[in-house]
Design a protein around this ligand. Structure first.
Ligand SMILES: [Zn+2]
Length: 274
């Protein structure tokens, strides 16, 4: 058992859920434990002390920029979602905006865009793209210097990297307008591909992700924090590079995910109440 902080309580006990041991393929994760909270069942990463590669603040800017076209296409549904749930020309804040690809798309649709990014290189790339309203840091480091409320705040595959979720939600509440939209995209462990692949699940990324959420947990958490979930969308990894046989296998698993209304990633749209 590991004693550590959890979203449900300051300190909690975690039981071992996954252990990376004697790894041949995932050598980078050697000794890492994915623990499950005794109280709320949330999964959390515990890197081994020897593991120097664990870095939740990592931003793969090269990935984003070299696959810009692909990301633009992948972000299309998200852009459409923002258009449906945020007011026209409204203010949108992308927390962990990376090199600003999503913000540039939203800007082209007429939104007043803002971004925060802790990685210097990514921040500079976003600033080059968007020219203004891009900040270097995290929500925690910005709030003292920047008082404003937004129509929409986006955490697109960012929340699972943030160690203190409760503190983050206090800030989100301060910075989101009443009735404003909170958009959270994150890997979802409550899906058939994770259940089969466990530690080999591609979206687990234990050197980057502190938390491994599931949809039910997040919906409950949003409800407790006075948000109303208005929309859910599930997605599975395309696994474009995989050989045909593997692709067919994953397509079948994907189909099962669809039948059970789940997926490897979830996009949650919630409205702030009160
Ligand atoms: Zn917990």
């Amino acid at each position: 058992m590991i004693r550590s902080s959890c979203v449900c309580r300051k300190k909690s006990l975690f039981n071992e859920y996954i252990l990376y041991k004697n790894e041949t393929v995932f050598k980078d994760y050697e000794g890492t434990i994915i623990g499950i909270c005794e109280r709320c069942k949330l999964l959390k990463t515990f890197p081994s002390k020897k593991n120097k590669k664990f870095d939740p603040s990592i931003t793969k800017i090269q990935d984003y920029e070299s696959r810009k076209k692909e990301f633009k296409r992948l972000f299309e549904p998200l852009v459409k979602t923002v258009q449906s749930y945020a007011p026209k020309k409204g203010s949108v804040l992308d927390v962990g905006c990376s090199s600003g690809i999503l913000l540039a798309l939203l800007k082209s649709k007429g939104f007043n865009v803002f971004g925060i990014e802790p990685n210097k290189k990514a921040y500079l790339a976003a600033k080059r793209k968007l020219k203004k309203n891009i900040y270097h840091g995290t929500l925690r480091s910005r709030i003292v210097k920047y008082h404003k409320t937004y129509d929409c705040i986006i955490y697109n595959h960012v929340l699972e990297h943030i160690p203190d979720i409760n503190k983050e939600f206090v800030l989100i509440r301060k910075m989101l307008k009443k009735g404003g939209t909170l958009i959270v995209g994150t890997p979802n462990t409550d899906n058939i591909i994770f259940k089969i692949r466990k530690k080999y699940w591609e979206s687990l990324l234990p050197n980057e992700h502190v938390w491994h959420f599931n949809t039910k947990y997040l919906m409950q958490y949003l409800y407790e924090n006075k948000y109303e979930v208005v929309f859910l969308r599930f997605e599975d990894d395309e696994r474009k590079q995989y050989p045909l046989i593997k692709k067919i296998y994953f397509n079948i698993l994907s189909l099962l995910n669809k039948i059970f209304f789940t997926g490897e990633a979830v996009l949650i749209i919630a409205k702030k109440k009160e």
